[in-house]
Ligand binder design. Structure first.
Ligand code: NAP
Length: 323
């Protein structure tokens, strides 16, 4: 099989497309598609410490068909999705034509989704759904107040706008690309918020403005949103595209009951993964999903990763591992 391998060097590591054999694992999957997430781009360009063991096949997502299985859970011919759970970090990942993975890594593809749709959603959309589920579990009900999605033109951001709008929320899309108004309106956004409005040092407590939101940016952006969230509002924090620091105070917590809800997609239980995929299959409008995605060959992965880290990718990129 052809795979994107990262091999350790004296200094750092080298990434190249090579012929190799799948490693050990209970389920052998014929991969149709993977996708490009922020973390993948960091791993491909060696700009972040994503890979934990070498050699490693990069790619935190995969979707394909089971070729053989020693697990009772999956049979030959089953369509499956694998996301996170160590893929591309500690376990060989999805930038390959085939992969052997542990059965616990996989969930069945919902019947109404194609393999390509599953990767249009990918870890980005899955994380957006985990964020929506966290806000729902907290009890955040749609109201006249807007929720904010930061980094709205990115993968997680685009899906988050789409899902929150579908849930009945009024959604403000916070972005460094406000010229893309039509894109955000098509996702269901009610307004566009230029990035600079939140990306600044906030006062500890500012006027109550937003119901809360989904934050993919972190840093000052999250701190300002936190200071502007209404009484009993909530923010799902899932990313750090703008910085990993959070300089704030306890005022929004103890004076306004504002909740900061942490989101991690890495080790989500299988039960919760199935619930999230079932909701994604039911709630993601397919025409909009297609409109925010493009499919690219694995052979272009380095250029695509650089494009993503430069903040130039709009929406989602599906990776065709056979091209
Ligand atoms: N918690 C989890 O399990 C989980 C899962 C997936 C992703 N993530 C994290 O979520 C974040 C987004 O991932 P993604 O795959 O959606 O990446 P992406 O497609 O590259 O989107 C990131 C977006 O963030 C905005 N942005 C980029 N640089 C920025 C900066 N310096 N300041 C402010 N905004 C900036 C841009 O949106 P605009 O052009 O609209 O401004 C960009 O499109 C990453 O930090 C990623 O690691 C976390």
């Amino acid at each position: 099989m052809k795979a994107l391998l990262a091999k350790k060097q004296d200094k750092g590591y080298k990434v190249s497309l090579e012929e190799t054999e799948p490693q050990s694992g209970e389920v052998l999957v014929d991969i149709a598609y993977s996708s490009l997430n922020y973390k993948d781009a960091l791993a491909v360009t060696a700009k972040g410490r994503i890979i934990r063991t070498f050699p490693m096949v990069i790619g935190i997502d995969l979707a394909g068909t089971v070729i053989e299985s020693s697990s009772d859970e999956f049979r030959k011919g089953d369509k499956v999705i694998g996301l996170a759970q160590g893929l591309g970090e500690t376990e060989w990942g999805g930038y390959a034509q085939q992969q052997r993975v542990l059965a616990k890594t996989l969930v069945p593809l919902p019947a109404s989704l194609s393999l390509e749709d599953a990767m249009r959603i990918g870890t980005a959309g899955f994380t957006a759904m985990l964020s929506v589920m966290a806000l729902d579990a907290y009890g955040l009900e749609p109201s006249e107040r807007e929720v904010v999605v930061t980094g709205a033109a990115g993968g997680v951001g685009s899906l988050a706008v789409m899902l929150l709008a579908r849930r009945g929320h009024r959604v403000a899309a916070s972005t460094g690309r406000p010229e893309l108004e039509e894109y955000f309106r098509n996702l269901g956004a009610s307004s566009i918020l230029p990035r600079a409005e939140l990306a600044r040092k906030p006062s500890p407590l500012e006027s109550e403005r937003f119901l809360g939101g989904i934050d993919t940016v972190g840093g000052d952006t999250l701190a300002t949103l936190f200071a502007q969230t209404v009484y009993e509002g909530a923010i799902a924090c899932c990313g750090m595209a703008g910085g990993h620091e959070l300089n704030t105070t306890v005022w929004p917590l103890i004076l306004r009951n504002v909740a900061l809800l942490g989101i991690s997609s890495i080790h989500t239980s299988k039960e919760k993964r199935k619930e999230a995929w079932s909701r994604l299959a039911a709630e993601v409008p397919r025409d909009r999903l297609e409109a925010i995605s493009r499919t690219e060959p694995l052979s272009n992965i380095v250029a695509l990763s650089e494009e993503l880290l430069a903040g130039k990718v709009l929406g989602r990129i599906v990776i065709d591992v056979n091209r």
